[in-house]
Design a protein around this ligand. Structure first.
Ligand SMILES: Cc1cc2nc3c(=O)[nH]c(=O)nc-3n(C[C@H](O)[C@H](O)[C@H](O)COP(=O)(O)OP(=O)(O)OC[C@H]3O[C@@H](n4cnc5c(N)ncnc54)[C@H](O)[C@@H]3O)c2cc1C
Length: 411
């Protein structure tokens, strides 16, 4: 007889679990509290501008193997674009533009050392620290912070500013001061294993079209049924052979009535639509020593053809208590400093702050679930991947495998 599975949560983790289960012959129902599927990979339609706007640009690295496989399986590979090799364009108010570029004709480890040595103001001390970081990756313990690790290897301040903090915020959405060293080491080891893994990728259409819709369509073809605007408040309502909880840890604990600690971090994205376009030599720039951390030329990334140029400033690990208007003015004035001239004010600006953008990596969070429940939620432990699309896809895949196992054991 066909086994029935309920998936609670229609973000990428839940959608992946639903697809893989349906492919294996399960009857799958997905319940999501929101009006639209996709969870935190979210796009809104701006009525005024008649354009889709993501909550924020989502970057990937070549090491996102599970995500790339999922996109290939649902026929969406061409909706992601990739660098040829790792190039990280950077800007600093006093030092101007420069880039960390891993030359593809060198072996990746050597390419990274050469790239760091070539950064302005960096010398052998940065290279030495990089070597020590590489050699000490496997020795991290569960409670060490990235800052403590960098102290151990005597990483120069400039290396921290130009590379390590940027990477840490980018991949863990947390500053080095509190981010977990074991997970950071895992990310470095995985991402810098080859040129192919190190390169950066992005979605070349809004998230709802590039990632969510293709997976939802593939699910529907396999017979998955979706129920949106359905907040599950009581797990005893969930009658099925197995239940997958694909929820962020906070929502999962609330549903289960568990009072366990969870730490989350915000991300703020400030979108600007410009009538007078700015010449950008790169579609993304890491901004150093500023409130803004990344500037994205979304029009170039998504091949948006319109009259207006769409730029987006990202502030990762946002802990500021600034008012929205103040944040928008600050980000805009930093773009003016970067461009080096006063700019015509944007036609439209919009700030999107995701208060609980990611669950932070912490050595707590494991929970007990009823036997036919599987947790595909986001609560990364030290040494696991941080909260990313890749973690969500892997959690969904693992949940589908676990359901297959537990239902097979049942008479
Ligand atoms: C602004 C921003 C930028 C980001 N940038 C990146 C990036 O550059 N690269 C990257 O890899 N990752 C990035 N992330 C992280 C990435 O988006 C998430 O890690 C990933 O989408 C999490 O997917 P999920 O399915 O685990 O959770 P979610 O997407 O949160 O899905 C959970 C779903 O559960 C639903 N739900 C909650 N409670 C209930 C309930 N009681 N009943 C029913 N449904 C419920 C919610 O509505 C939601 O749809 C970013 C996140 C944000 C917010």
């Amino acid at each position: 007889m066909t086994k029935h599975v309920i998936v609670v949560g229609g973000g990428i983790a839940g959608l992946t679990a639903a697809l893989r289960l349906a492919e294996r012959g399960f009857a799958v129902d997905v319940y999501d509290a929101a009006p639209e599927l996709g969870g935190r990979t979210k796009s809104h339609f701006d009525e005024g501008l008649q354009v889709w706007v993501d909550n924020g640009p989502h970057l990937m690295v070549g090491a996102y193997e599970a995500t790339q496989k999922l996109m290939a399986d649902v026929g969406a590979s061409d909706l992601a674009s990739w660098q040829h090799h790792l190039t990280l364009p950077l800007w600093h108010q006093q030092r101007g533009f420069f880039a960390l570029e891993a030359k593809p004709y060198l072996p990746i480890a050597l390419a990274l050392l050469v790239a760091v040595a070539k950064l302005p103001g960096h010398g052998y001390k940065s290279v030495l620290a990089m070597l020590k970081i590489a050699l000490g990756m496997h020795k991290r313990n569960e409670t060490q912070t990235v800052a403590a690790w960098m102290e151990e290897v005597k990483a120069p301040d400039l290396l921290k500013q130009d590379m390590l903090e940027v990477l840490c915020l980018g991949v863990m959405n947390e500053p080095m001061l509190t981010a977990n060293a074991k997970t950071f080491a895992r990310v470095l080891a995985t991402s810098f294993a080859s040129h192919n893994f190190a390169k950066m990728g992005w979605f070349n259409k809004p998230l709802s079209q590039a990632l969510v819709a293709p997976v939802v369509n593939a699910c529907e073809k396999q017979g998955v049924r979706f129920y949106s605007r359905q907040t599950i408040r009581d797990i005893s309502e969930l009658k099925a052979d197995a239940v997958v909880l694909a929820l962020p840890a906070t929502a999962r604990n609330r549903l289960l009535g568990i009072d366990a600690p969870v730490e989350t971090m915000a991300i703020t994205n400030i979108h600007f639509w410009l009538e007078e376009p700015i010449e950008m030599s790169n579609m993304m720039v890491g901004m150093l020593g500023t409130y803004s951390q990344w500037l994205f030329d979304v029009s170039a990334m998504t091949h948006e053809s319109g009259q207006l140029q769409h730029l987006c400033v990202t502030v990762s690990a946002d802990v500021s208590d600034m008012r929205q208007e103040e944040m928008m003015n600050k980000a805009w004035s930093e773009i003016e400093v970067m461009v080096g001239r006063p700019l015509q004010m944007p036609l439209k600006s919009r700030l999107i702050r995701e208060k609980r953008a990611t669950t932070l990596v912490r050595p707590f969070g494991s929970i007990d679930l009823p036997s036919h429940f599987i947790d595909a939620g986001e609560s990364p432990f030290p040494g696991q991947l941080p909260a990313t699309i890749e973690l969500a896809v892997i959690s969904g895949e693992k949940a589908a495998a676990a359901v297959t196992n537990i239902t097979r054991e049942k008479p």
